[in-house]
Design a binder for this molecule. Structure first.
Ligand SMILES: Nc1ncnc2c1ncn2[C@@H]1O[C@H](COP(=O)(O)OP(=O)(O)OP(=O)(O)O)[C@@H](O)[C@H]1O
Ligand SMILES: [Mg+2]
Length: 458
């Protein structure tokens, strides 16, 4: 079922409403609701966000201007088209100063109407995309290909693609760095919702006190710092997919609210009284064992059962080492700046295959990235690999690498060097560096302080 755009028509002349509704519903794209006056419109708007509102100005009880102001304050991304008589175009222009997108003057032609609504819908989509971009920040979207030849990874991809067609809630379980986010992304892009937002909420990185308002939004004045109304991510994701990452970290305070939302699709903004509804598909992930969290009293059992209707498990890399060669090739291609990617020596590959990869694919990606930079020619050799890998594997070291163990650095020294190296590589951009290292900007900041790393001031 493709997502339809929600349109609200507000006019006190039943004939006008009837005609507009007919013309818009003819196009399969729109789902249309109607209201006879401003008061009814505001009630409907309280219950769900609309993409576009067609609004008459002169109506009994509450007039169009009031509704327009309400929409601008509470639904900043909703686009408003004013319905007006030719004689009253002046008022219409006034309303555009208040934030209406456009106006249609009666009598209008069908083409005119559809074109204006079409543009408003498009603008709404773009504004939402813009919001989404803010949340996705600099996530590189090109890098979403899932590599995995092992039977287990093939199974994961098959299940993800199959389940994508339904609206089922899917839980993705696996140790850190195994590609949970990639799988969530695959489910979204293989679904009918792919042209709508994919919004990621990292439940672990948002403080408890803020998570509720991040998710569900807040009304102006809901708390001291709430100087303006803010839409929650569930609204931003409307029509699309909301990925609750690290869902095991949601506090017991927020869990009941999330549960209610999953059960009914309804939510309230913080400080708001009205229940609102959105159409969002939920995915979640964690590297915790949620069953254990339930036993420890940190996670509600009923919420767990809601979330794990379908569970996709991703195995740690050490249990599917046959994936390593193709992953290495993939990362060599991704990290080498030139058209001809570097290759890897047989010995170095042996080391990679023997190592246990506690940080899974993310660790492998970082190792390859580092090795590409360290190697002086086209070939990556054992000496270009971090000592941890060389040290931790059993058995004797390959000949070419023995000198590397002569001076043993402490783990802290290695970490310090690695951070310095990564900072330089990213031009001392801390956000990019923390992303590359797979740690939060705050952790990076603390480590920079701990190791007294000098960062030039821009
Ligand atoms: N099968 C794979 N093919 C290609 N790249 C992969 C694969 N698995 C993981 N990666 C890469 O490894 C990195 C980590 O993956 P991702 O962020 O999806 O892991 P995660 O399971 O969400 O980790 P965490 O629990 O730490 O959040 C990403 O850069 C991702 O592109
Ligand atoms: Mg993740």
């Amino acid at each position: 079922m493709p997502h339809k755009y929600n349109i609200l028509i507000v006019d006190d002349e039943p004939g006008v409403v009837f005609l507009l509704k007919e013309e818009l519903t003819e196009s399969e794209q729109y789902s249309v609701a109607t209201a006879q006056d401003g008061a009814e419109a505001i009630n409907l708007l309280h219950a769900q966000p609309f993409d576009v509102v067609l609004l008459d100005v002169k109506m009994p009880r509450v007039g169009g201007i009031e509704v327009l102001k309400f929409i601008r304050e509470y639904y900043p991304t909703t686009q408003v088209i004013i319905l007006t008589n030719v004689a009253d175009v002046k008022t219409a222009i006034e309303t555009m100063k208040l934030g209406a997108y456009d106006f249609v003057s009666k009598p209008y032609t069908r083409e005119e109407l559809l074109a204006t609504v079409g543009r408003a819908v498009e603008l709404h989509r773009l504004t939402i995309d813009n919001e989404v971009m803010k949340y996705e920040l600099s996530r590189q979207s090109s890098a979403h290909e899932i590599i995995g030849e092992s039977e287990v990874m093939q199974g994961v991809v098959r299940t993800a693609e199959k389940i994508a067609q339904s609206d089922a809630i899917v839980h993705i379980q696996g140790p850190s760095g195994t590609g949970k986010e990639l799988v969530a992304h695959l489910i979204h892009t293989s679904s009918n919702r792919k042209n709508h937002p994919f919004v990621i909420v990292n439940c672990a990185s948002i403080p408890d006190a803020l998570l509720e308002s991040e998710l569900f939004g807040h009304e102006k004045g809901a708390f001291t710092s709430a100087v303006a109304m803010k839409q929650g991510l569930v609204e931003v994701a409307n029509g699309g997919t909301l990925f609750l990452d690290e869902v095991g970290d949601i506090s017991t305070m927020i869990q009941p609210k999330l549960l209610r939302f999953l059960e009914s699709g309804e939510f309230r903004r913080v400080g708001g009284t009205n229940a609102m509804k959105v159409d969002v598909r939920i995915l979640s992930a964690t590297n915790k064992d949620l069953q254990k969290e339930v036993e420890a009293g940190r996670f509600r059992e009923d919420l767990l059962y809601r979330l794990n209707v379908v569970t996709i498990r991703i195995a740690p890399l050490k249990e599917r080492k046959e994936d390593i060669p193709r992953l290495v090739e993939h990362f060599l291609q991704k990290k080498s700046k030139t058209k001809n990617p570097k290759h890897i020596s047989a010995e170095a590959m042996q080391l990679l295959l023997r190592y246990d990869w506690p940080g899974n694919v993310r660790e492998l990606e970082h190792v390859i990235e580092g090795a590409v930079l360290l190697s002086h020619d086209d070939e990556i050799r054992a000496k270009d690999l971090p000592l941890t890998i060389v040290d931790k594997v059993d058995g004797h070291l390959p000949q070419e690498n023995q000198h590397a163990t002569e001076k043993v650095l402490s783990l802290e020294e290695i970490e310090k060097h690695h951070i310095e190296f990564s900072l330089q590589k990213n031009n001392f951009n801390r956000l990019k560096t923390s992303e590359m290292l797979g740690i939060t900007p705050k952790t990076l900041y603390l480590k920079i302080k701990k190791y007294r790393i000098t960062v030039p001031q821009h």
